[in-house]
Design a protein around this ligand. Structure first.
Ligand SMILES: N[C@@H](CCC(=O)N[C@@H](CS)C(=O)NCC(=O)O)C(=O)O
Length: 220
């Protein structure tokens, strides 16, 4: 049985849990999950650091194979467990999806991260409100690019839901929740119609509800 290390409130663990749900893999039956990270701890123990020297979640064990980096874990799960072809097999769609996954981890999340960590993990008297607002407003500009893509295709890589939609949608949900929870600190959030439609499509057509959050998990 696979073993997934990581608390359910982590965006990166949520990516993996959502993907597992898409593939019909069930906790307790196909994989076990160990709460780790933040108040659960366990991610700095010698045992854990031997698996993942970064001391971060998620970390996946599948037999002798140990993987970290959430987007890599999604790629592995698709390659190893998608016998039912839940995700597109077309090479063009796969690489479009890869492109958006790299954009999420290399561009979008680093931009939004300052606002996210500043408002959800930092005590009020230590927050840099100028940096938080800039981070949020810069993310607004970046998401116009995703909105333009979604004007052409219903999903990030084409006509069908793909693994690339998972990291993007989890970032977008935090972008929305941050503005709803801290409107004065984030500044305005533009209405991006194609992203709205895509999020609604995702709610109806995918297993997003397995990890969807109605409010921010604030830990200070
Ligand atoms: N690039 C890594 C980032 C992993 C990461 O930053 N994980 C965070 C949670 S989202 C973590 O482990 N933080 C420490 C903790 O929860 O104690 C990935 O995508 O898996």
């Amino acid at each position: 049985m696979m073993r997934l290390w990581g608390r359910k409130s982590s965006i990166n663990v949520q990516k993996v849990l959502w993907c597992l749900a898409e593939l019909g893999l069930k906790e307790g039956q196909d994989f076990e999950r160990i709460d780790a990270g933040l108040h659960f701890g366990k991610n700095r123990t010698p045992e854990f650091l031997a698996l993942n020297p970064n001391g971060l979640v998620p970390t996946l064990e599948d037999g002798d194979l140990v993987l970290w980096e959430s987007n890599t874990i999604l790629r592995y799960l698709r390659g190893q467990y998608d016998q039912a072809k839940r995700f597109p097999v077309d090479v063009g769609a796969q690489y479009q999806s890869e492109k958006w996954m790299d954009w999420q981890v290399g561009t979008m999340w680093p931009t939004l991260r300052t606002a996210f960590l500043g408002l959800t993990r930092t005590p009020e008297n230590e927050r840099n409100y100028e940096a938080i607002r800039k981070s949020y407003q810069d993310t607004n500009a970046l998401l116009v690019l995703l909105d333009q893509q979604l004007a052409i295709h219903p999903y990030c890589s084409g006509d069908s839901f793909n693994i690339g939609d998972i990291p993007l949608a989890l970032c977008v949900s935090r972008w929305i929740l941050l503005n709803q929870t801290f409107p004065d600190q984030t500044g305005p959030r533009p209405s991006l119609h194609n992203i709205d439609l895509w999020m609604r499509r995702i709610e109806v057509e995918t297993q997003y509800s397995a990890v969807a959050e109605k409010e921010l998990n604030i830990v200070k």
